[in-house]
Write a protein that binds this ligand. Structure first.
Ligand code: PEP
Ligand code: MG
Length: 567
């Protein structure tokens, strides 16, 4: 068995097709007629644009706008004036188009890599993809046609680039295994959008396998078996059938209220990273947006998005949700989320450093722009503002003070906005948890960010594999904190939600029911499953389980108890 990261849930058994994205060979040669060589390069760019646009258009129908936009971003990257200038001037100095283009790509890749930033690492994948495809056009090398793989294929690739994925015929591919990529990589996002089981980050997989070899993929556990025997294949196929049946059965929850078996109603929202994803929340039956991570708007731009740009994005999300709640988190920059043009300096402890609300309050001009955009957009729907990484009362007070000033500004300009816009606090630090009673007096709502709450409570970097055994919401320390936060919110009479990954964890849901969580915010594709799990528990049953869980001493004991009771 080989281990990786589960990137997209599900089970699949099939025959491997290796998708090599190796760049084509060519001979570097000097050129005399540089004008003709520049023209050859320009023709290749044109061909790339036409091909890529066609792929984006076909993808738009299949997996949504966001994925098509990734491909359209490739056209923009290629046609970037800086890139064009470097390539053309290298050609004019007598280098062939292939070598000129490749050296320009290498320069960009090095630049992106040197930041060590996860999102810019993604640009490295994009740049590699563009390089290979442009070189194929320039050298007349035929492109891989992923669309032609036979039914029952397990795709194996170093990385699955957006351009490769565009051609995937969902019905033909039963699984994906890649050497690189994490839960937030394009390959993971695309695999989830296509609902193909995927295991990512399997080191050395491409050299371990050959075409035609059989493989069983477990996208839930993040493992695969190479050359499974008959019994193993059978077991995987049974798991696959059960999984698919479960997925199909979830449609019974479509259009239903989210409530426990004994009728306690709660809210079930979706998490989004851009306004287009609000459409997916609607189509997956989410009852609102519980977390709009606005940093993705900032990361996706090459300079600070203007107030107008932000206003348009927030308004679009609000309008898509048609009056349902849209909780928008103000910029959560820093930690592992760098935004190059903000010029953040490297810090020894970035997760403990200059980030999120701390950064925003010291960059008032920028923050004012975001808050004004949010206020203005609040005239078009039920927008609620959420402040991340709060650790003391002053931070939320300062944000509210700023909002008051901005409201007067908007009044003077005669602009419309919701004067009673709710302002909430994200509880994701031990400090916020410990002073939840004090924060509750200042906030209109809480949302528990368990991804960070677990990281900070356990003092364990959420991305460090060496200490990942400690990174668990089943840890008694984390469970107590969650319970305490919900109780503090209840005491103060404000609603408490959860927008970290734990909100969709079927093992944890009965405990959240027992603690009295009011709102669950999960990824769009988890909405129905979460509604289904909530429906299987009565409050009294959940209370019995929660009491037992809280009496246990270790994370393993808690997990074993919850796994044994899973519904
Ligand atoms: C969290 O910390 O739980 C959360 C939802 O925010 P993010 O994952 O963006 O840090
Ligand atoms: Mg967080």
């Amino acid at each position: 068995m080989v281990k990786g990261i589960g990137g997209s849930a599900g089970y699949g058994v099939g025959k491997i097709v290796i998708i090599s994205n190796a760049k084509p060979e060519y001979t570097v040669r000097p050129v005399k007629d540089t004008e003709a060589e520049v023209k050859r390069y320009e023709d290749a760019v044109e061909a790339f644009e036409a091909k890529t646009q066609a792929m984006a258009d076909s993808m738009r129908g299949k997996v949504g706008d966001h994925n098509a936009e990734i491909l359209e971003g490739h056209i923009l990257l290629l046609k970037d004036p800086g890139m064009e200038e470097i390539v053309k001037s290298t050609i004019k100095s007598g280098t062939c188009a292939e070598a000129a283009f490749e050296s320009a790509c290498d320069m960009f890749i090095q630049m992106f890599q040197s930041t060590g930033d996860e999102l810019l690492q993604q640009r490295v994948t994009d740049m590699n993809d563009i390089r290979t495809r442009m070189l194929k056009i320039l050298t007349n090398t035929p492109d891989i046609n992923i669309a032609d793989v036979p039914e029952g294929t397990v795709l194996v690739a170093e990385d699955l680039t957006p351009s490769m994925t565009a051609g995937i015929v969902k019905e033909h591919v039963t699984g994906i295994i890649t050497e690189v990529g994490g839960k937030t990589s394009h390959s993971a996002i695309l695999a989830r959008a296509l609902q193909i089981p995927a295991v990512l980050s399997v080191s050395g997989i491409v050299s371990m396998v050959h075409d035609g070899m059989e493989a069983a993929v477990d996208g839930v556990a993040g493992t695969c078996i190479l050359e499974p025997d008959e019994a193993e294949k059978e077991a995987y196929l049974t798991k696959r059938a059960d999984f698919l049946r479960e997925q199909e059965m979830l449609v019974i929850y479509k259009g239903k209220d989210t409530q426990t078996a004994d009728g306690c109603k709660v809210e079930l929202f979706g998490n989004i990273g851009n306004p287009d994803e609000a459409e997916q929340v609607v189509s997956c039956d989410g009852e609102g947006v519980g977390l709009f991570r606005t940093e993705f708007l900032f990361m996706g731009a090459s300079s600070l998005p203007s107030e107008e740009d932000q206003f348009a994005a927030y308004k679009k999300a609000a309008e898509t949700m048609q009056g349902k709640a849209v909780i928008i988190r103000t910029l959560d920059v820093g930690g592992d989320k760098d935004i190059p043009y903000l010029g953040l300096t490297k810090e020894d402890n970035p997760f403990l450093g200059y980030r999120a609300v701390r950064y925003c309050l010291q960059h008032e001009e920028m923050y004012r722009g975001q808050l004004r955009a949010l206020l203005r957009a609040s005239a078009f729907g039920d927008i609620r503002i959420m402040v991340p990484l709060v650790t003391c009362v002053e931070e939320i007070r300062q944000v509210k003070e700023l909002l008051k000033e901005l409201m007067s500004e908007l009044d003077a300009e005669g602009r419309k906005y919701n004067k009673d816009i709710p302002v909430g606090v994200m509880i994701e630090t031990p400090a916020a948890s410990l002073i939840a009673d004090l924060l509750a007096k200042e906030a209109d709502f809480f949302s528990i960010g368990t991804n960070d709450l677990t990281q900070y409570t356990m003092a364990v970097d959420r991305g460090n594999a060496k200490v990942s055994y400690l990174y668990s919401a089943y840890q008694p320390a984390v469970l107590r904190s969650i319970k305490h936060i919900i109780e503090a919110g209840k005491e103060a009479g404000i609603p408490v939600g959860m927008c970290g990954e734990a909100a969709a964890d079927p093992l944890l849901i009965p405990l959240l029911i027992s603690f009295g969580l009011d709102e669950y915010s999960v990824s769009a594709t988890s909405v129905l499953a979460t509604r289904g799990t909530i429906a299987k528990w009565t409050k009294a049953e959940a209370d019995v389980l929660a009491k037992k869980a809280l009496s246990l001493t270790t994370e393993q004991e808690v997990e074993a108890l919850l796994a044994g009771e899973k519904r």
